[in-house]
Write a new protein. Structure first.
Ligand code: DGP
Length: 120
């Protein structure tokens, strides 16, 4: 699989500080910020700082430090957002996954019962 990262995507612009965001957490390897169109009371996007398009791209090519750093950011977001009653983590990828922004991001959704996983 060939991954051609587009550095003009909106999350690349957020990482460069060209577009503002509502930051929840930031580390050397990851940025977490509130989704502009929240689908639940808590809707945070966690993104790696490196140029990865999708979860499978990140899992294949990111270094161990980047992967550990990313998951540590997920843990920190869960702690900060108080998701004890439960949450959902979603990573959309490519066309069939209906991914709009081609920079890997994990949606963290919480704050209400999220219902069935997929709408029919
Ligand atoms: P996906 O379909 O998985 O690629 O989701 C992309 C999400 O990104 C979608 O829920 C809306 C959010 N989003 C798009 N543009 C912006 C933006 O400029 N700022 C923020 N905070 N979120 C954005």
């Amino acid at each position: 699989m060939q991954f051609d990262y587009d550095d003009q995507n909106i999350f690349a612009k957020i990482l460069r500080g060209e577009i503002p965001n509502n930051t929840v957490f930031e580390s050397d390897h990851a940025l977490a910020f509130r989704d502009i169109n929240p689908q639940a009371p808590v809707h945070v996007l966690v993104i790696p700082k490196g140029p990865y398009m999708t979860l499978d791209h990140f899992a294949r090519d990111a270094s161990a430090d980047e992967q550990v750093g990313f998951m540590a950011a997920v843990a920190e977001v869960c702690r900060l957002e108080g998701v004890e009653p439960g949450f959902r983590a979603v990573a959309n990828a490519r066309e069939d996954g209906v991914q709009d922004v081609p920079h890997y991001h994990l949606h963290i959704l919480a704050g209400r019962n999220l219902g069935p996983m997929l709408a029919r």
